[in-house]
Design a protein around this ligand. Structure first.
Ligand code: NDP
Length: 330
């Protein structure tokens, strides 16, 4: 039977304005980095996406190289778009990116105008879309002039292939420059996508201030530290976990005794709040209004159900914040 979206999908999900823009984003967004490639179970991927939209998650985040193999998350997303989401296209914010190695030779990587425009054309074909809502430069390129990269983003918006643009992993200084260049061109920077979690707080050291001052939104990636900030590794390494299944980005060695001790202590605070640790880790990021949305990944629909409940309580008492701080500082 054809997919019919849950009629109550907008009843519960809270939305936040993305910087000083016209776009509102759900406080939780879904990323397709893992679990959506040709190596993944297609039925499960489709089930997760349907469930996400039923919860009011209107934002799906992709990149040219998500898979594996590269491009395959976009291909699968395109199939699911066709099967399920075509009638809902105007209710969705779909993003993709280019910036990491994608095809051989000097034009398939980093930040040239050549690479960004060709890559977006490929992404649109794979996803079966006329345009994406947000196109990102995926990481800074120290060799290409920022004027060229931002000029490419501006051109992409003017050509109608993306409605808005973003940058990812840019430092506070480069973000300010990028924002100023784009403003001059008349294509304001919508959003920054930094890594941000209880265990990785570099954005608190200047970037969030730039975003707040410039009116740029933000979307925090790897908010659960790829699953470390959940209760899943407290009793060893489950067979169906990212560490066991796919050691490319999250390695066993990262689960040191010190890390697990912190996770245990945080888990106790979460329990006292009546939350899972995953929920508390998400809520903790949303306590700052400059964080527009938290970009989670999930391997199962149940994890998404767990994560969405974070939004029932994103308030922290001073005592809770202090207790968390003393664990993280340790
Ligand atoms: P998370 O930190 O949310 O980790 C996701 C993983 O954590 C899941 O795959 C699952 O792993 C586990 N998990 C999630 N929820 C739960 C839960 N409730 N209970 C137990 N385990 C849970 O994010 P990701 O690292 O996946 O990144 C999210 C998104 O951010 C990506 O999909 C991508 O869109 C974006 N991103 C952007 C980058 C950039 O450079 N701009 C870089 C990296 C990511 P398991 O497999 O063990 O079940």
């Amino acid at each position: 039977p054809p997919y019919v979206a849950n009629e109550a999908r907008y009843d519960k999900m809270p939305f936040r304005r993305c910087g000083k823009s016209g776009i509102l984003l759900p406080q939780i967004s879904l990323g397709l980095w893992h679990n959506f490639g040709h190596n993944a179970d297609f039925k499960n991927a489709r089930h997760i996406l349907r469930q996400a939209f039923d919860y009011g998650i209107t934002h799906f985040d992709l990149a040219n190289n998500y898979g594996p193999p590269y491009g395959s998350a976009e291909e699968n997303f395109g199939r699911i778009m066709e099967k399920d989401f075509r009638p809902y296209r105007d209710e969705l914010i779909i993003s993709t990116k280019a910036g990491w190695d994608m095809w051989p030779g000097p034009y398939g990587n980093l930040g040239s105008r050549k690479y960004l425009i060709a890559s977006l054309d490929q992404s649109l074909k794979r996803m079966g879309l006329d345009y994406v809502d947000i196109f990102y430069h995926h990481r800074p390129d120290p060799e290409t002039p920022l004027e060229e990269t931002m000029g490419a983003l501006d051109h992409i918006v003017r050509s109608g292939k993306a409605l808005y643009v973003g940058i990812s992993q840019y430092s506070a200084e480069d973000t300010l420059r990028a924002s100023q260049l784009l403003k001059e061109m008349g294509t304001p920077l919508l959003i920054h996508q930094p890594r941000y979690s209880m265990f990785d707080r570099w954005v608190e050291n200047g970037l969030l201030d730039v975003l707040g001052d410039e009116g740029i939104g933000s979307i925090a990636f790897s908010p659960l530290e790829q699953g470390v900030l959940t209760d899943k590794y407290l009793k060893g390494i489950p067979e169906d976990s990212r560490v066991a299944k796919d050691g490319r980005y999250l390695k066993k060695e990262q689960l040191s005794d010190e890390v697990i001790a912190k996770v245990k202590a945080l888990n106790e605070i979460a329990k006292k709040r009546g939350q899972s640790l995953a929920q508390m880790a998400i809520a903790w990021l949303l306590k700052d209004e400059r964080v527009t949305t938290v970009l989670v990944g999930v391997s199962k629909a149940e994890q998404l159900a767990d994560n969405v409940k974070a939004l029932d309580n994103i308030r922290f008492s001073k005592e809770e914040l202090d207790a968390i701080e003393s664990i993280l500082r340790n």
